[in-house]
Design a protein around this ligand. Sequence first.
Ligand code: AMP
Ligand code: ZN
Length: 471
Amino acid sequence: MREVNLYNTLSKKIEPFHPNEEGKVKMYTCGPTVYHYAHIGNLRSYIMEDILEKYLRYAGYNVKRVMNITDVGHLTSDADSGEDKMLKGAKREHKTVMEIAEFYKKAFFSDCDKLNIKTPDVVEPATNCISEFIHMIEVLIEKGYAYIAGGNVYFDTSKLKEYYVLSNQNEEELQVGVREDVQEDVNKKNKTDFVLWFTKSKFDSQELKWESPWGVGYPGWHIECSCISIKHLGEKLDIHCGGVDNIFPHHTNEIAQSESYLGHKWCNYWFHVQHLNDKSGKMSKSKGEFLTVSLLEEKGYNPLVYRMFCLQSHYRKPLLFSYEVMDNVKIAYDKLKKRISSLGKDGEMEEEKIAEYQDKFAEAMGNDLNTSQALTVLYDVLKADMNDASKRFLVADFDKVLSLGLLDEESSEENEIDAELKDMIESKIAERKAAKKEKDFAKADAIRQELLDKGIEIKDTREGTVWNLIK
Ligand code: AMP
Ligand code: ZN
């Protein structure tokens, strides 16, 4: 097992990563709210979480990763107010909430595929687990951590010894966290209390509702992650991930619920990815250009260029999106792939040198996932005094984590062009053969010259005419 050091939001320092069970990692990721396409900011978080999972595997761990799909309960303000995001999406498109959920779930995984993001081992939509949420809420009420007020069930944060375990929140910051909350919920005993189950909310049009001991209603957003994680990963979680906006209130509330329910510490490591910003600030689905993977494709970028864009900077630093930088990364990516495709395949493995570069790669990645340093190690491999076969082996090895498609064949579009080119050359060769047969050597020479002008050289051999592209 290789050493992995990670920044832990809980301890606020870089720490050696040690899972509860030797060699096994239980990892949970907050999944998307499927009311719209993911923007490339959301996908920055999923790319970096994918890198984390793949690096843990590379380092020798057996990882089980679980992700929820939020298809109910997430309101426009994370602090339980505003409109239900799913309902908002359904109204926008004149569809049902479940139709919206299905459509955008597929769109999310299709974007992930294009970005080489692996699907977690378990993906569970919140609407699959209503009975489990109800059970957890019942236990929280029984243990005195939750109360019913105005028809809703709330978590009572005053019952905790410490609530702000993840963040150094103070009243002022808390105001920022709930700034979209124009109407304070009068049912709450404490400002930080949050909803576990809604039966009365300000929108009667809520489409998805379920029977519960507290009346027909629907779950709050936070309960789903506590419940889905414990359902699939048990009482002790090793690492939990999300974007930095999830630290408060979402992850803070997850800890409050899970630990009150379980009666012991729940998760040891918290991994948070900083935001991708655009010129106007934090990326959003409602203002400015709605930056999606499809939009990048329409503009001519391979989605993997965006993955490389993300890997060039550290996940804990805010990242500013710009097309100028994307253009530079595109050039770098194309050059890198070209360089790799020119590597030969023959040669003995140079074991010692391979191990040396693997160590360098692991040193970079094991140092709080320093992906830009890991890319430098990749470039060093290409420049190194080592045979091509060994270089190729290392590229494939690093790409298990980087997932930049470094050894993939050219895109099918390029293959199509290749096929067209081959057809053209073959027909010209046939035409030339016919001209020679007719003793029309002037025509045969003209065809040879025409191909040469296009960068194609032909040679007559005993086996027939062969051709190659002049570099
Ligand atoms: P959502 O679909 O809104 O629940 O968000 C999905 C994931 O994207 C969460 O982990 C968020 O923390 C993360 N996220 C939201 N905005 C950004 C951003 N601008 N940059 C990076 N991650 C983000
Ligand atoms: Zn979550």
